[in-house]
Ligand binder design. Structure first.
Ligand SMILES: [Zn+2]
Ligand SMILES: [Zn+2]
Length: 362
């Protein structure tokens, strides 16, 4: 039991009167006083314990609460079954909190009983595994057309051999004897009391006498998993896809977390997205614009030939039907829109100048 036995420290029984406690304290304090025992570590510790014990047992309020706490510990209320502790205490809980609040140094012991974070750490309480967020870089074309791919994730999984207990098959996990399963130990230095993580069980509240050989007693480990992912056509940058149950393992029978794929759509050097359409630009020279030309244009599913008709004006937008994004309402696909730029020569020769003059006169 982690809580100090103050009666034992003062060598009195639990029914001892105030006078008997005072008497015991005086004689022990004299015996172990540091002035009488210089450089004696043991005496120093004893002296501190004696003072602490007296400070609690000489105050009727503190003594009553201490007694109650020890009683609760004896009945296992602190450790294994928080819920029954609560149901047993519920009717008195309001009173109890008021009383414990003005209890100074002992308040923390009681607040710990009511502390929700400690309850959630209880080994027997099923806990859902954490979600995993995975940023997936998606090539532009795949984002438009849809993509079946496989990703590798590293996630925390429950050990299948011991099913998370950490104990070798046929053996059991035991409550930590040092901290009584609480994971914390109360240390007292002078008038100060602090809760420290139990050094025996590292705060887990349990010890594993014979560790599972698969997980070395940890109960879970990091696993690399390959997970097939189906990217729907038309996914946009930043969209999230939920893959249920593929996150971290749940604890104590709790459900697994989910895997979230966050789409990072890569840019295309030529194509851009605009709603359900895809846009791009081409540049032809002025003679091609005047006389018409056939050019090769990239689309999300390969290159196609595009006729630029004679007399196309700069800035004209040509349309490739159905080469855009599959519409969400199932109403076919968007288009690819091609903006036609026309380049004009900056320098021309004398001969070209003559020809252009003739062209104008024509
Ligand atoms: Zn294991
Ligand atoms: Zn412990």
């Amino acid at each position: 039991m982690a809580t100090k036995d103050y009666y034992n420290i003062l060598g009195v029984n639990k029914e001892a009167s105030f006078d008997a406690i005072k008497k015991a304290y005086r004689s022990l304090a004299k015996k172990y006083h540091p002035d009488k025992n210089p450089n004696d570590k043991f005496a120093e510790e004893r002296f501190k314990d004696i003072q602490e014990a007296y400070s609690i047992l000489s105050d009727s309020n503190k003594r009553a609460n201490y007694d109650r706490m020890v009683e609760a510990e004896k009945q296992g209320y602190f450790f294994d079954d928080m819920d029954s502790f609560f149901s047993g205490f519920n009717t008195h809980r309001e009173n109890a909190q008021v009383k414990f609040d003005d209890f100074g140094g002992f308040g923390d012991l009681f607040s710990r009983i009511f502390d929700k974070t400690d309850r959630s750490r209880s080994k027997t309480r099923p806990k859902r595994g954490a979600d995993i967020n995975y940023e997936l870089a998606i090539p532009f074309e795949k984002a438009i057309l849809g993509w079946e791919t496989v990703i590798s994730i590293t996630r925390d999984e429950e050990c299948p051999t011991c099913q998370g207990s950490g104990a070798r098959l046929g053996t059991n996990v035991q409550k930590c004897p040092d901290c009584g399963g609480r994971g914390k130990i109360k240390f007292t230095q002078g008038n100060f009391s602090v809760n420290q993580t139990c050094p025996k069980c590292y705060g887990r509240g349990i010890i594993i006498p014979v560790p599972c050989t698969t997980c070395n007693g940890v109960g879970h480990f990091q696993q690399v998993r390959r997970i097939p992912i189906n990217i729907p056509p038309g996914i946009e940058n930043g969209m999230r896809i939920r893959v249920p149950g593929q996150g971290e393992s749940g604890v104590s029978g709790g459900p697994n977390g989910d895997l979230y794929i966050i789409a990072k759509v890569m840019e295309h050097k030529f194509l851009k997205r605009q709603g359900d359409d895809i846009t791009c630009e081409i540049t032809i020279d002025f003679i091609q614009a005047i006389m018409g030309v056939t050019v090769v244009v990239s689309t999300v599913d390969g290159k196609v030939r595009l006729n630029v008709p004679a007399g196309t004006q700069p800035g004209t937008i040509l349309r490739l039907k159905g080469k855009g994004i599959k519409k969400a309402n199932g109403d076919g696909n968007g288009d690819q829109l091609i903006k036609v730029n026309v380049s004009l020569p900056k320098n021309i020769t004398e001969k070209q100048k003559e020809l252009l003059k003739k062209f104008r006169e024509e």
